[in-house]
Design a protein around this ligand. Structure first.
Ligand SMILES: [Zn+2]
Length: 257
């Protein structure tokens, strides 16, 4: 973000990015995709939050096969002003936005108090709530995502496998763990793919989905993630596809707002 040599991004780039993802997802035979969209870079480069949301909406709305829906990504290092802007925009959030996500450095910003108002308000109007927790952060971060932010889905949640009581909570409350195998490996969240704890979630009866997370960096595709998951879980690719289809009920979809 503070790299002064980087090329500024514009609203056109946002549109292009979404359309490229759509083409890529179509190519991978995906029938519905949720895309985490972070306004931060665009706001730094001069777009207003309103413009960001409208451009993303106008781009996503006509797209079909797959439909693309947005999750508003809020970074843990966000300013109070930005969070207030997000909260203020919730009521008129374009209908293609179906959820909110908290992401960023869990170790430096473990405290989620500042995000409670936004996430509570989002949930109250029917938006889905997902939180990146336990990727590089500790167990407490996963508990906080559930207890303080009301997460219905968790990004990564790797740390959760160290706690039987937390695993029980995820299973009992049917919290979906969004698993991103290649991303975890590439970013070093797990030392090797064989050490990935997806099997623990799966065996504990916790719903899991498979995701590409950072396809631009990892060059991974959804079919590649599903094939990798099949290997780790000792299932056939068809069985993993069935697992993925089975968690379709966790998609945030367009809330009735
Ligand atoms: Zn992620």
């Amino acid at each position: 973000m503070r790299n002064r040599t980087r090329v500024p991004v514009t609203g056109d780039d946002l549109g292009t990015f979404i359309r490229e993802i759509h083409a890529e997802q179509r190519h991978e035979h995906v029938d519905y995709a949720e895309l985490r969209l972070s306004p931060r870079r665009f706001l730094v480069d001069g777009l207003s939050l309103e413009e960001f949301l409208q451009i993303a909406h106008a781009t996503m709305q006509p797209l079909e096969s797959p439909a693309i829906r947005g999750i508003l990504l809020v970074n843990r290092d966000s300013t109070r002003d930005f969070l207030e802007q997000c909260t203020a925009h919730l009521d008129d959030l374009p209908a293609t936005f179906v959820g909110v996500d908290l992401a960023g450095d869990e170790s430096r910003y473990p405290d989620v108090t500042a995000f409670r108002d936004l996430f509570t308000a989002a949930k109250a109007i029917g938006l889905g709530v997902t939180v990146h927790a336990g990727e590089f952060g500790d167990l407490d971060g996963v508990w906080r995502a559930l207890d303080e932010l009301g997460a219905q889905r968790l990004g990564h949640a790797l740390a959760a496998v160290r706690s039987p009581s937390l695993l029980k909570r995820l299973r009992d409350d049917k919290v979906l763990v969004e698993v991103s195998l290649s991303s975890n490996l590439m970013l070093g969240a797990v030392a090797s793919v064989a050490l990935h704890p997806v099997r623990v979630f799966f065996d504990a009866g916790i719903p899991v989905s498979f995701n590409t997370d950072i396809p631009i960096e990892s060059r991974s595709t959804l079919p590649a993630e599903l094939a990798l998951a099949a290997r780790l879980l000792g299932l056939t690719t068809e069985e993993v596809v069935a697992v993925q289809r089975g968690v379709a009920r966790f998609v945030f979809r367009t809330a009735e707002r």
